[in-house]
Write a new protein. Structure first.
Length: 82
């Protein structure tokens, strides 16, 4: 899968995650990690987006509940291009 739209992301308080965006029409969750890498996770229902945003540890939630279960792509960024 691919997602090519520009997605606004909201900054979050997390040791691992810098910001999160969500396209509720396409069910795409976009996560920018503190290392600069950006991932799109596909077919993520709105309830999971809310759970991520409300999680005590956002990074832990993404690792346990999102990465394992949803198809994803890594976006090419200036940070990851080199």
């Amino acid at each position: 899968m691919r997602y090519s739209k520009e997605m606004p992301r909201n900054p979050v308080k997390s040791e691992a995650v810098r910001s999160i965006g969500y396209d509720d029409g396409q069910w795409v969750l976009q996560v920018k990690f503190n290392n600069g890498r950006i991932y799109n996770y596909f077919r993520v229902p709105p309830s999971e987006h809310q759970a991520v945003m409300n999680a005590k540890s956002i990074g832990d939630y993404v690792n346990r509940q999102i990465k394992r279960y949803y198809e994803y792509e890594e976006l090419q960024t200036e940070d990851s291009a080199n």
